[in-house]
Design a protein around this ligand. Sequence first.
Ligand SMILES: Cc1cc2nc3c(=O)[nH]c(=O)nc-3n(C[C@H](O)[C@H](O)[C@H](O)COP(=O)(O)OP(=O)(O)OC[C@H]3O[C@@H](n4cnc5c(N)ncnc54)[C@H](O)[C@@H]3O)c2cc1C
Length: 209
Amino acid sequence: MRRKNHSRFFSFPTARRIHAWRALPENGLALIRYASYYLQDCDIDQDHIIGPAHGGRIVLHRGYQQARVFLAACSLGLAQACLDHSLTFAKERKAFGGPIGRLQLVQEMIAQMALQVDAARLLTYRAAWNVDQGRTDLKQLAMAKLYACEAGTKCADLAIQVHGGWGYMDDCPVSRYYRDNRICTIGDGSTQIQTLLIARESGLEAAFA
Ligand SMILES: Cc1cc2nc3c(=O)[nH]c(=O)nc-3n(C[C@H](O)[C@H](O)[C@H](O)COP(=O)(O)OP(=O)(O)OC[C@H]3O[C@@H](n4cnc5c(N)ncnc54)[C@H](O)[C@@H]3O)c2cc1C
């Protein structure tokens, strides 16, 4: 099957000739289970095809618009939660004669998080507004997805640092936010692909298919 002519379809793991291969334990997103499957001589019902037959690429790209705003918004929420937890912790955790929030290098980490959260919010809201208005602005979508998802990882990393040894424990919320956010810079067009899209939409020759 040629890549550009593929069809998208849904099916069920129990369907005839769709075989579960093995479960794939992942780093985060504990509520979702992943597994790899393989298909063997598999017939797909016509009404299980999503969109037009052989039009999978169009369906995929249409879905990307919502998916990119969705992932940007997920990361924005996680980044905000990292900031909130870190602020609370910095005020409550007492060490070396007082709350660690009075230490300037801790303040620098909090300020970096606040900056990233605000910038991610503005980019994400702008992209979401366009999607709501039925406008497709690939550059703004790519900017929102890239920036917000990277901000999620950076804020979670900084939040772990603010929390010190407690931040490294699996039970610490910001540690989970780090694991949960990590997929956001990979799925639905990785950070590298968003970078190329921004360059292409800025008028440079596309260096990828
Ligand atoms: C938990 C999880 C859930 C997922 N859910 C879904 C889902 O619901 N639906 C779905 O369709 N897919 C899903 N995926 C797949 C996901 O979209 C892909 O993993 C993602 O698009 C990256 O593709 P890949 O893994 O093939 O990596 P590759 O494409 O092999 O990329 C590997 C690395 O190379 C870089 N790279 C690739 N091409 C270029 C280029 N031209 N220039 C520069 N760098 C490049 C990438 O940025 C990345 O860093 C999921 C994956 C995971 C892990």
